[in-house]
Design a binder for this molecule. Structure first.
Ligand SMILES: *[C@@H]1O[C@H](CO)[C@@H](O)[C@H](O)[C@H]1NC(C)=O
Ligand SMILES: *[C@@H]1O[C@H](CO)[C@@H](O)[C@H](O)[C@H]1NC(C)=O
Ligand SMILES: *[C@@H]1O[C@H](CO)[C@@H](O)[C@H](O)[C@H]1NC(C)=O
Ligand SMILES: *[C@@H]1O[C@H](CO)[C@@H](O)[C@H](O)[C@H]1NC(C)=O
Ligand SMILES: *[C@@H]1O[C@H](CO)[C@@H](O)[C@H](O)[C@H]1NC(C)=O
Ligand SMILES: *[C@@H]1O[C@H](CO)[C@@H](O)[C@H](O)[C@H]1NC(C)=O
Ligand SMILES: *[C@@H]1O[C@H](CO)[C@@H](O)[C@H](O)[C@H]1NC(C)=O
Ligand SMILES: *[C@@H]1O[C@H](CO)[C@@H](O)[C@H](O)[C@H]1NC(C)=O
Length: 526
């Protein structure tokens, strides 16, 4: 196998030249977009059906060269078929064969260990886990806790990592660990992965801890994500998150478009998506393995590109950003030619530079656009919140603000109806610095995929004078199917964190590191 050759005979590779160096720049990953069956059978039958489909995907011809395959959140067992998951290091043998395996480890998990061994592939599986309480742990009255857990098998079927979800999202049957876990694992191809689950992507701990404190450059996320327009549809968030952090991201998503759930992909930081899938043109989800060669970080300079599939995705049930009425917005009057705007709210000002052409014949059935800026707290289903600073352009069903983030009804056989073509679009924003913050591009075309590296430019510059970060994003190509084009700043739990942390010290450190910056490129009246 070339991987072990590469790592044990590194010197030889250089001597023997090009064929080896050609293969040594990437690893091959698969992520699975997986349709779960939710009814019409007993829970045992549902589990059997899911397991059989998992095994078929692992053994499929498309999987034959993968080093690692990631399955999504919540698409295997239910709380009625819990399994134990051995702590990594507590049992250093394959779960496939061998005696002395904890009998609480369910047969389905052992079968997956066998599949890892049989195909010699790392597997990341998300399960509902049952842990019998040991004395001293916080414990439920029934004697066990239930976790939403990622389990990682190595090529031998040995459990090498386990992560229990920290940021639970409306999961009443599930327990939180006493403290957040930072889960990482090393591979024989030299990559160290960190892994998280779905909602974790919207919070600092543990996702940003993995990146900022442990220096993880390849992140795995298992997901069952409800998409929300205009800024947080699944693949859009995955791509923006990977871009903003400049990490490789392997995201596997559950596929249930009737409930607004779909979205998987493999993203190479600021190179954009290598492969991705959003189901929206059908009421049925899919069971599909997406495979890509992931460049070892830091990624090569040349931009990768994948075509954006059509048709437009209209059947995916989509949530709408809850605080649109609190945005400071400006309706874009349709016109031919250039225009510029400056919008502010609280501590954020953004400048927009545009050149548009009216292309639609029928403006009434086309999208309208607004420019907007927002600083404030947003909730996720009243359960959790983030402080968000963002500005951008977004599409609206009509001229009213409430209609922003709603798609037009599908018209049989017609192309997506936009009404403006953008030959120029740039946004410049001044975002306050904070220790806990993620700035990322949030873009969307009518197909519900984000713009690629060839289509947009993204620049950040720290400014020591104002303790702000200057962000500029710009279209590089003519666009006539835009839904969203914005800068999204997640300031996480800013308000609660501010109480417990010495932010002024953090700020000094930050500006100390950023002395090289001049901000001069902005010079437009900020
Ligand atoms: C994997 O399968 C593809 C066709 O699906 C084939 O071209 C390729 O040679 C196979 N690779 C290996 C290592 O078997
Ligand atoms: C498993 O391996 C780890 C690392 O080598 C070691 O620390 C641990 O004690 C081992 N566990 C058992 C049960 O042998
Ligand atoms: C775990 O969750 C169950 C169900 O919600 C709850 O009854 C129990 O108290 C929780 N256990 C702990 C230790 O929080
Ligand atoms: C995997 O199993 C093989 C054969 O049993 C063994 O030689 C090898 O050391 C194992 N690898 C790991 C990472 O445990
Ligand atoms: C804008 O430009 C388009 C394309 O050149 C043209 O068809 C249209 O008539 C123009 N509209 C106005 C209001 O100038
Ligand atoms: C706006 O874009 C059009 C089409 O690319 C171009 O012909 C025109 O010169 C631009 N106008 C300005 C003011 O830049
Ligand atoms: C705008 O669209 C919404 C639906 O998205 C509809 O309820 C509303 O009546 C429309 N308003 C106008 C002025 O057409
Ligand atoms: C912040 O830290 C500095 C240096 O450690 C200290 O002098 C200062 O009193 C701290 N401020 C607060 C509000 O804790």
């Amino acid at each position: 196998m070339w991987r072990s050759l590469f790592w044990s005979f590194c010197g030889l590779i250089v001597l023997f030249g090009s064929t080896w160096t050609a293969t040594s720049t990437y690893y091959t990953a698969g992520v699975v977009e997986f349709r779960l069956r939710v009814s019409g059978a007993s829970s045992a039958q549902l589990l059997d059906e899911h397991l059989e489909a998992y095994l078929a995907l692992i053994r499929s011809p498309e999987a034959n060269e993968t080093d690692i395959i990631v399955f999504p959140e919540g698409t295997l067992n239910s709380v009625l078929q819990l399994t134990a998951v051995p702590a990594p290091g507590s049992f250093n043998n394959s779960l496939c064969n061998g005696a002395q395996i904890d009998e609480q480890v369910a047969p389905f998990l052992r079968q997956l260990a066998c599949a890892a061994q049989e195909t010699s592939t790392y597997l990341v599986i998300n399960v509902k886990e049952r842990e019998a309480c040991e004395t001293g742990d916080p414990c439920s009255s029934n004697g066990y806790n239930v976790f939403n857990t990622n389990v990682v098998f190595d090529r031998n079927g040995t459990v090498i990592s386990r992560y229990r979800k920290w940021n639970l999202y409306l999961e009443p049957m599930t327990n939180q660990t006493a403290a957040p876990e930072l889960a990482t694992f090393q591979t024989d191809f030299g990559v160290t992965f960190g892994h998280i689950i779905c909602f974790d992507m919207l919070f600092y701990t543990p996702a940003q801890d993995l990146i900022e404190k442990l220096d993880v450059r390849d992140v795995i996320v298992t997901k069952m994500f409800n998409s929300e327009l205009p800024f947080l549809t699944a693949s859009q968030l995955q791509q923006g998150w990977a871009w903003g952090n400049n990490v490789n991201l392997l995201a596997a998503g559950a596929s249930y478009p009737q409930a607004g759930i779909s979205g998987s992909g493999i993203y190479a930081g600021q190179q954009g998506a290598l492969v991705r899938r959003m189901v929206g043109d059908s009421d049925e989800g899919v069971r599909e393995l997406l495979v890509a060669r992931v460049p070892f970080w830091p990624t090569p300079a040349e931009a990768v590109d994948v075509p954006r599939p059509l048709p437009a995705q209209r059947r995916l049930l989509l949530l709408q950003q809850p605080r649109l009425e609190d945005f400071n917005t400006q309706l874009l009057e349709p016109h031919n030619g250039s225009s510029s705007y400056r919008l502010c709210q609280q501590d954020l000002c953004c400048e927009f530079q545009l050149n548009t052409t009216i292309v639609a014949n029928n403006i009434e059935s086309s999208y309208h656009y607004r420019l907007g800026v927002f600083v404030g707290q947003r909730t996720y289903e009243e359960a959790r919140y983030s402080v968000v600073r963002l500005c951008g352009l977004f599409a609206c069903h009509n001229a009213s603000l409430e209609s922003c983030g709603q798609l037009h009804d599908e018209v049989e056989g017609e192309a997506p109806s936009t009404y403006l073509q953008f030959s120029e679009l740039s946004i410049r924003g001044e975002f306050v610095q904070r220790e806990r913050r993620l700035l990322m591009p949030s873009t969307l075309s009518s197909s519900l995929y984000a713009l690629q590296a060839s289509e947009m430019d993204w620049q950040l510059e720290e400014c020591k004078d104002s303790a702000k970060t200057l962000v500029e994003m710009r279209l590089l190509q003519l666009q006539s199917e835009l839904l969203t084009f914005g800068i999204y700043g997640n300031y996480f739990d800013e308000r609660s964190a501010a109480k417990s942390q010495n932010l002024s010290v953090a700020m000094l450190l930050l500006s100390g590191l950023m002395l090289w910056s001049s901000c001069s490129w902005l010079g437009l009246g900020f």
